[in-house]
Design a protein around this ligand. Sequence first.
Ligand code: HMG
Ligand code: MG
Length: 322
Amino acid sequence: MTTAPANPPPGLPTIHPETGLPGRVTVYEVGARDGLQAEQAVVPTAEKIKFIGRLRSAGLQIVEATSFVSPRWVPQLADAEAVLAGLGPDLAPYPVLVPNQRGLDRALDAGARSVAVFVSATETFAQRNLNMTRSAAIDAALQVTTAALENGLTVRGYVSMCFGDPWEGHVAPGAVAEVSGSLIDAGCYQVSLGDTIGVGTTGHVGRIIDAHLSLGIPADTLALHFHDTYGQALANVHAGLRAGITTYDASAGGIGGCPFAGSATGNLATEDLLWMLTGLGIATGVDMHAVVAAGAAMTRVLGKRTQSRVAAALSCDVNRPG
Ligand code: HMG
Ligand code: MG
């Protein structure tokens, strides 16, 4: 006879662990960067700083803060220096995206301790996103990684369009894994595999991870980055958990998309990810209700509805805390 799970506190799921899944997961919050880069509105710097602070206070260990990219390409994040200035003194929990040496120099001047480089698995997106060929972008990212490591920073790598590309269609998992391998070899502590347009499905997640494992790239150096365009993101997280992946990118309120891939919507909502992980009994150290509050505050600033199903459900739940 199985024991009935304890009644959950209000506003939380009952806990039903599954065997074979990790006991702990890191949620890598990207709302302030991936989210805000794609919103039409340019959010005031002070609101960004408040948003990031709330997310960090909610227990998120990593809150990607902004990008040191060309302000002509991404005007929404043109205040990157001012955002970091408002977060100090310890900037280790706040990684920033850098596309080139110029971006790294700016990040270093602003006191960044952790950066992320980004490349594309496909040719077309490399050109649209970085104005470089795929291989030139990879070379640039590897050089920036080396320079960042020489400056004592930690470096994460992103590979975009791993699960399919709106212009090129299918992307070979082996080609994705080769790109990831070059980033890991250059010293990235982790590579985040981006489903930039949200087309991946659960079997596909397994294939892509297997392609990495078969090149000797361990699961604990990989993260998964799902946009929820086709509503597959949570299912894909579950496939990732079964394959032993323990870091997932998500955005509070599900805000965002990608300005250089029109079909991309926001990332998987952090609140929805936390609900599922909580229900599975997987520890994250994050207060889900505090993330709901942070996401709600930012969606109010944006004048939009939350994209998080959990946040929407809790907002009409009479039992919700607070
Ligand atoms: P470019 O126009 O080819 O650059 O852009 P350039 O090297 O020819 O320089 C042109 C001008 O930009 C120059 O200024 C440079 O100084 C300046 P000017 O002389 O004309 O006055 N410039 C910069 N200014 C500030 N910061 C910099 C910088 N670099 C050059 N870092 C570039 C090439 C890479 C800069 C541009 O294409 C760019 O910024 N791209 C970034 C696009 C972006 O941010 N995309 C979204 C992030 S990726 C993503 O969202 C996917 C991800 O979430 C994972 C997933 O979902 O798959 C990570
Ligand atoms: Mg993204």
